[in-house]
Design a protein around this ligand. Structure first.
Ligand code: ADP
Ligand code: MG
Length: 317
């Protein structure tokens, strides 16, 4: 098995084009365009907590970067570069090589570079830090929602949670449905282009990682407003739509791992929101409205209250 430095040299060292200095020195050096702010975010993936040991290493590499890019997307930032801090039980190239392939494939898709990191022995743990840039003052924040704004979500919600339930054995899915929802769980597509297109259009944004109830709750608290959401207006796959209603509601509202964008925009910006979705190639759906109340009320298409008995996800709860 290779040593630490061989492993880095073989799998995590590529020449950089955008960065001034990449892997190999004590620091990486990044070029930031004048007039832009640096947008920075970290997300850690721990085996057994964030992913199952059954996941293919290439998909794990994809997902580790995807969840980080999703945070840049939520801020409307353009990705620049990322760092990888990796704890590995063994210097197992049968794991590391496809992991790096999946990671670089998504990085190449977004034109970003791995510029450094840290590698240590230990229980499998993957921590990525992404760097992006956004015109000064134009980042989309959680705190910008205003009374009267409409609530939107991108893509479809709930499939990743449906996949988790299938893995747990609480639902049985036909093979093609299982493959499709498993892809949603293991290969999320960060909505980077949509986030950038929403700059100057959306008033607030967040990426859906812990489920809509909790994540929209963060936006409402940071913005000091309330909202209602129509659960029947939430976009879902045909697979999820075929499930019993209570399971649909749980996957849509408390699912987690969606990595879609949830955002608010004034009603007058409807056409601009649709144009942003079209430009980014992502469907966007209007599903609620910000009001002067406190907290979130979930209703159905007839305006009747829908019960939401789930606790928002908390690692220490
Ligand atoms: P230091 O002793 O300064 O912590 P290291 O010996 O840990 O440096 O790392 C050597 C070089 O390799 C550094 O440039 C570091 O950023 C890079 N590096 C270490 N691990 C990784 C990794 N998993 N992915 C990318 N670069 C890495
Ligand atoms: Mg080090």
């Amino acid at each position: 098995m290779p040593g630490e430095f061989e492993l880095i040299a073989r799998h995590f060292t590529r020449p950089v084009r955008r960065a001034a200095l990449g892997v190999g020195d004590d620091c990486a050096l990044l070029n930031v365009t004048p007039g832009m702010q640096l947008a920075v975010s970290s997300d850690m993936l721990v085996e057994g907590r964030h992913f199952l040991s059954t996941v293919a290493p290439a998909r794990l590499g994809h997902k580790a970067l995807a969840v980080n890019l999703s945070d840049l997307a939520a801020c409307g930032a353009e990705p620049l570069a990322f760092m990888l801090a990796l704890a590995l039980p063994r210097a197992d190239e049968a794991f590391v090589a496809p992991f790096a392939q999946g990671l670089y494939a998504l990085a190449d898709l977004h034109g970003i570079e791995l510029v450094g990191g840290d590698t240590t022995a230990g229980p499998l743990n993957i921590c990525i830090t992404v760097f992006g840039q956004v015109p000064a003052g134009q980042a989309l924040l959680r705190s910008g929602a205003e009374v009267g704004d409409e609530v939107w979500v991108s893509g479809t919600l709930g499939d990743a949670r449906l996949a988790l339930e299938a893995f747990r054995g609480t639902v049985a899915l036909p093979g093609d449905a299982f493959d499709a929802v498993r892809r949603a769980m293991e290969l999320p597509q960060p909505r980077v282009a949509l986030g950038r297109a929403l700059r100057g259009v959306a008033t607030s944004a967040i990426d859906l990682s812990d489920g809509l109830l909790g994540d929209l709750g963060h936006v409402l608290r940071r913005s000091g407003v309330g909202a209602w959401v129509d659960v029947d207006a939430l976009p879902r796959s045909a697979w999820l739509a075929a499930m019993p209603q209570p399971l649909q509601h749980e996957c849509l509202l408390a699912g987690g791992d969606d990595y879609e964008l949830l955002f608010t925009a004034p009603a007058a910006a409807r056409a601009a929101v649709q144009a942003a979705g079209a430009a980014a190639g992502v469907a966007v759906h209007r599903c609620g409205q910000v009001d002067a109340g406190t907290g979130l009320r979930v209703v159905d298409g007839q305006g009747r209250a829908v019960s939401t008995p789930w606790q928002a996800f908390d690692h220490f709860a």
